[in-house]
Design a protein around this ligand. Structure first.
Ligand code: G3P
Ligand code: CA
Length: 241
């Protein structure tokens, strides 16, 4: 069965990368979450997509220039009425002890090469005993490889925007057990060949009905979506009987 990963939480309805969006995705019945991490000035791992806080909070400036205690004062709840802080990864993993979700942690270190990010994320995941529930991905494939070297027990998955030739060969060469392609840049044939070669394929960000049908129909390993409720409803048609 194709797994459903809620992209930045249930981001179609709730404020992206907030505890509210993660809790609602879990309540809806998603199999997993996708979230993005950056590092503060004092090396706390925080869950936010952009290098700057401007788009998703009421503050301004680079995440890397904030102390954790100061970034926590910002409101990340742009869609909600209730104020919500930027979560720490620690907070998310702590909450994950209450459920069975899988979590895809995307290291946002392709623009700013945060020193020590991989070590910090892996240490935290190990402290919570959650290595089998985490997938580390990144557009920075050097970081994907480094994460594997530090923690071979944690699944890694490179992110792709481009059409890679025989992506399973590349994934195998860097010991990644998954790959996360842009959904519109990969054919059904390549997805099937990749899965037949033992590599999980989780396209992003699949929101439209027709695209959701496409990936459920070919039994793709997982999809990453802002619309977990819609995806769960459509998936029912493929799992009945
Ligand atoms: O992890 C899949 C997807 O989230 C990658 O792109 O920009 O939404 O982080 P972006
Ligand atoms: Ca992401």
């Amino acid at each position: 069965m194709t797994q459903i990963f809620a992209h930045r939480g249930y981001a179609a309805v709730f404020s992206e990368n907030t505890m509210g969006a993660f809790v609602e995705a879990e309540k809806a019945g998603a199999d997993g979450l996708e979230l993005d991490v950056q590092l503060t000035k004092d090396d706390e791992i925080v869950v936010i997509h952009d290098e700057k806080v401007n788009r998703t909070t009421d503050g301004s400036g680079y995440v890397k220039d904030f102390l954790f205690k100061d970034i926590r004062k910002l409101n990340a709840s742009k869609k909600g009425v209730k104020k919500e802080p930027i979560p720490s990864l620690n907070e998310v993993l702590d909450w994950m002890q209450t459920n069975n979700l899988v979590c895809n942690i995307e290291l946002k270190n392709d623009l700013i090469p945060y020193k020590g990010m991989e070590e910090r994320v892996i240490q935290l995941v190990r402290n919570y005993g959650m290595t089998d529930r985490i997938i580390i991905s990144s557009f920075n494939h050097y970081s994907v490889v480094y994460s594997y070297q530090l923690a071979p027990e944690i699944e890694t998955a490179p992110l792709f925007n481009e059409r890679i030739f025989m992506p399973w060969v590349y994934a195998q060469s860097i010991r990644a057990k998954g790959m996360h392609p842009k959904y519109s840049r990969i054919s059904d044939k390549i997805i099937k060949s990749t899965m037949e070669n033992g590599i999980a394929v989780r396209p992003y960000t699949v929101n439209k009905d027709a695209d959701l049908h496409r990936f459920f129909n070919i039994r793709c390993s997982a999809i990453i979506t802002d619309e977990p409720v819609k995806a769960l409803n459509i998936r029912k048609q493929y799992t009945q009987g």
